[in-house]
Design a protein around this ligand. Structure first.
Ligand code: ATP
Length: 497
């Protein structure tokens, strides 16, 4: 992760927000290349889901909605995470990410160890228990640790569990519910009647606008309403770089189906669609897995939730949640607003409230997954055959922030430069292109490798003296071949779609 975070900063993908003022925890800025990469993720999703399908329409709803939306959705009462305070350090932890275990030696509990969730929590807690035993010079046989998180701690255990901040027991509070919605006031008054919220998800926009879309959108069941936009959650512990932040972007869809439709099959189809889409933008199958939420942990209205998980450097974590939510959301809004949100069934001549399948994903989590999967350091021969290190981002051409770099072989040959500029301008009309004439050609290739540019074209003497073709250099194979301008446009057209 360190190498990735540093590359993101160095090459202008991601910066800490407000860095000149010391930063603000849980907020990030996307630099010139990051903004391009993010836009490509959004554009691919929108094209593949909204434009290329006949059964999905788009929406852009407001970020601040009527506060009653969040009462109806259950967010005011229940959008909480369990919070544990450390009274000494004043640090706060998410209880379900703070793990502990009793240290058991010869069947006796001799103390407790704790830590914040890692990629290998159980092994790390075991090591902590061994170290505890060693430091206290306790003799006997240490039992394998049984990790639990703080939501599972018994009241009498809480005082015995050390705080991860201080290493001492006695300062942790029992878990309590912490509402993650950011509050604000709309209008000049600052009283209870003016309280509103920054949306913690985009999904409620699709439910609140359901009737408007049905009345105007020429949609017929089954159909989806999709939206991309910022969401805000006052996360207790934002962490793992942009994986969990307080302001992030979501791409969500509500896919409405008939109440009698086979929801399980539809759910499966959407899980498959999401996985295939992730692969189409370059995430390797080997890093993806599925996690079915256990029935007993689902909300009462939920029929099933499956998360597509990604193997990040800090562990296997949720990337995309696909939930079968029944007709809960529409029914709630119908009840709270007093406006029926139903569809007329032409066959049975009855009205009913559609059910919904909801695939919800974070753009920032996809962004991070793409960089993690694309990042490689490798030994390669330089121009003189010596081995050197190259850092490369193997982005798929679909999402690479720069598609082609145009490089005149040397910069003090006006005809070369003029021809290179001409090609650059023509490519730029359609694609994100980079023009670079500074430094040795090998170094310029490396700079493009590091930002994931799939192709470089070099305008050399053959270009101007012979047939106008130029050298195409491929990022992954580092192979070079001659290519004409028409062939280059065909290549791009096929690969960048
Ligand atoms: P988690 O359990 O990781 O907090 P969640 O189950 O609460 O996530 P959802 O409410 O299902 O997440 O949100 C849908 C998607 O939005 C997630 O799968 C994730 O990709 C993204 N997401 C949620 N919270 C954050 C966050 N704080 N930062 C970045 N992305 C997020």
């Amino acid at each position: 992760m360190e190498a990735i975070v540093s590359l993101c900063k160095r090459r202008g993908f991601v910066f800490p927000s407000s860095e000149i003022y010391g930063g603000i925890n849980g907020f990030f800025d996307y630099g010139p290349l990051g903004a391009e990469l993010k836009k490509n993720i959004r554009d691919c999703w929108w094209s593949d889901l909204v434009r290329r399908r006949d059964d999905v329409v788009g929406l852009e709803s407001s970020i601040i909605m009527h506060p009653k939306v969040w009462e109806a959705s259950g967010h005011v009462a229940g959008f909480t995470d369990p919070l544990v305070d450390c009274k000494v350090s004043k640090q706060r932890f998410r209880a379900d990410q703070l793990f502990f275990a009793p240290v058991v030696v010869d069947d006796q509990i001799v103390g407790y160890v704790s830590l914040l969730e890692t990629a290998s929590t159980a092994a790390d807690l075991q090591a902590a228990a061994e170290s505890f035993k060693r430091k206290k010079a306790i003799q006997g046989k240490l039992a394998p640790v049984q990790p639990r998180d703080m939501t599972e701690a018994k009241p009498e255990e809480i005082a015995l569990i050390p705080s991860p901040a201080t290493g001492e027991a006695g300062s942790l509070t029992p878990p309590r519910a912490f509402n993650m919605m950011f509050q604000t006031y709309v209008g000049a008054l600052r009283d209870e009647s003016a309280v509103s919220y920054l949306r913690p998800e985009t999904a409620q926009g699709m439910f609140a606008d359901f009737k408007n879309v049905v009345d105007t959108g020429r949609v017929k069941l089954p159909f989806g309403i999709a939206q991309i936009g910022k969401s805000f959650r006052n996360e207790i512990t934002p962490r793992n770089f942009i994986f969990r932040s307080r302001e992030f972007e979501q791409m969500e869809m509500e896919y409405f189906i008939h109440e009698d439709a086979d929801w399980a099959q539809c759910h499966r189809e959407w899980i498959n669609w999401c996985k295939d889409w992730l692969k189409s933008i370059g995430l390797p199958d080997s890093h993806l897995s599925e996690y079915d939420h256990p029935k007993e942990k689902l909300a009462f209205y939920s029929k099933g939730t499956t998360d597509i998980m990604f193997r990040y450097p800090f562990g296997v974590q949720e990337l995309w949640g696909i939930a079968a939510r029944g007709n809960y959301d529409l029914s709630q809004h119908a009840q709270h607003s007093g406006k029926p949100l139903e569809i007329f069934d032409e066959v049975t001549k009855k009205k009913f409230t559609p059910h919904v399948i909801e695939p919800a994903v974070g753009v920032d989590r996809i962004f991070l997954a793409l960089i993690c999967a694309a990042y490689a350091e490798e030994d390669v021969p330089d121009d003189k055959g010596n081995v050197e290190k190259r850092t490369v981002l193997r982005f798929s051409p679909r999402i690479a922030p720069v598609k082609v770099a145009v490089l005149p072989l040397i910069k003090n040959k006006p005809e070369l430069v003029a021809r290179a500029q001409e090609i650059y301008r023509r490519l730029k009309r359609k694609y994100a292109v980079f023009y670079d004439e500074g430094g040795a050609i090998g170094r310029r290739y490396r700079r493009q490798d590091e930002i994931g540019t799939p192709w470089c074209v070099t305008i050399d003497f053959e270009t101007i003296e012979r047939d106008g073709s130029f050298t195409l250099r491929e990022r992954d194979s580092m192979q070079q071949r001659r290519i004409t301008e028409a062939e280059l446009f065909t290549l791009l057209d096929e690969q960048v779609y």
